[in-house]
Unconditional design. Structure first.
Length: 436
């Protein structure tokens, strides 16, 4: 985790203090369940809760681990230092380390997902507000980076909203998929621990029991979780790329808010660079690079190995912390984005009606001209606009083959801008609902 791109609430989930607190709660709840079953004395289970307000000493646990070379044993030894070795005699009864480690990881991922879902709600709110604000702000649509046909800035925001709304549903599903816990003992057979213990611990920790866990929770669940984060990151980049394009000097249809006192370049005082969205493009790469390792973690040897462990210690905090930061940064960019409708209109009219070529093509075919001939007539007039700066409508009106099929009034009508925005309300209703 890089502090520059981290927010405290998400970072706290991955702190050693939080991890050890979750370990403790799992062990304590397991002792309660064992006592209810009569496996261990109730007084021993109650004694474990004497540590409920303890701030576990991370340095001390690290010191013990330096000797034991085992993190869970180091923690259990430190716990016994607080509650007494006799009282701690039945802690971890019938359990294996993965019961604690895997269940804890999933608790952390669920908590991280809840923060990310709230982040997405914030972003969705910003996108919807700007979509409604610019529903009828006409701009040119582009394909291959080239002028295509008119659209609206509202539709641009609306399609990003719809994409992020799908991502929210994916994240919600990924959260549910990873919200399982396992307290099943060595190789997952429950030979030394009753399945009721797992059910109790999972209920207390906000998880569901893993149906079959071997000695680890299956990593296909985690692969799906990180893959979902990767898709969200790609959508962030999709929005960022659009904003970066719009801020180009030759386009300037929108730009990131430039605050008083902000500097764009150490060398060129005039610069106003899209630094936030460029940063988001980079952060998206960081999140996506966690996806392949998560996929590769699915294939573990037999009932368990720990080849996944080192990977997850890195990718779990890195992906969630980075995505949390990126979603919040993007929400801020969208909320403050400065939009220039006049520039949008000027860009669309730069090639003097050229973007209406398809309407003329279709009108000619409707008037009885073959598609091949219609395409030829429209294209030859369009090329004059590209190459000589001519006015497309005037060239059409001066083309005898065109006017033989279409009257001047019919040609004039094909340049009505409202034709291209007549279904905006229908699209908005699909995206936001009738009340949107």
């Amino acid at each position: 985790m890089i502090p520059r791109y981290a927010r405290p609430e998400m970072t706290a989930i991955w702190s050693p203090e939080t991890k050890f607190r979750i370990w403790y709660e799992i062990e304590a709840h397991a002792c309660d369940a064992q006592a209810d079953l009569g496996v261990i004395p109730r007084e021993n289970a109650d004694a474990v809760w004497k540590a409920k307000d303890v701030e576990f000493d991370v340095a001390r646990i690290d010191e013990i681990e330096a000797v034991t070379k085992h993190d869970v044993i180091a923690f259990l030894t430190h716990l016994a230092e607080h509650i007494g070795s006799e009282e701690a005699r039945f802690v971890h009864q019938g359990m294996t380390s993965s019961d604690v480690l895997d269940t804890t990881l999933n608790v952390q991922l669920v908590r991280a997902a809840d923060i990310l879902l709230a982040d997405m709600d914030k972003l969705l709110g910003a996108l919807k507000k700007r979509a409604i604000e610019h529903k009828d702000t006409v701009r040119i649509g582009r394909s291959h980076g080239i002028h295509a046909e008119p659209t609206t800035m509202g539709l641009t925001f609306a399609r990003f909203y719809a994409e992020m709304d799908r991502n929210r549903a994916r994240l919600q599903a990924a959260r549910e998929e990873v919200a399982t816990g396992a307290i099943s003992g060595a190789v997952g057979t429950f030979a030394n621990i009753d399945p009721a213990v797992e059910e109790h611990v999972c209920a207390k920790m906000g998880l569901r029991p893993e149906p079959i866990s071997t000695q680890v929770i299956p990593r296909d669940r985690h692969a799906m979780f990180f893959a979902t984060l990767g898709v969200i990151a790609s959508s962030i980049e999709n929005i960022a790329i659009e904003i970066r394009h719009m801020q180009r000097t030759e386009v300037l249809e929108a730009e990131e808010f430039f605050s008083p006192g902000q500097k764009g370049s150490s060398a060129m005082p005039h610069k106003r660079n899209p630094v936030l969205t460029e940063n988001l493009t980079g952060l998206a790469r960081l999140v996506r690079m966690t996806v392949i390792p998560a996929m590769e973690n699915v294939a573990l040897w037999h009932e368990r190995d720990i080849s996944h462990s080192s990977v997850e210690r890195g990718i779990a905090p890195d992906a969630t912390v980075t995505l949390d930061f990126a979603l919040n940064r993007l929400a801020g960019v969208v909320e403050k984005l400065v939009v220039y409708p006049d520039n949008m209109l000027a860009n669309m009219n730069k090639f003097k009606g050229l973007v209406m070529s398809q309407r003329v093509l279709l009108a000619l075919t409707q008037a009885g001209v073959s598609r091949e001939d219609a395409y030829r007539l429209v294209q030859r007039n369009a090329m004059k606009v590209w190459e000589d700066g001519k006015d497309f409508k005037e060239e059409l009106l001066a083309d005898a083959e065109v006017t033989a099929a279409l009257s001047p009034a019919e040609i004039e009508e094909k340049f009505d801008l409202g034709y291209h925005t007549k279904h905006v309300d229908t699209i908005f209703a699909r995206v936001f609902g009738e009340a949107g």
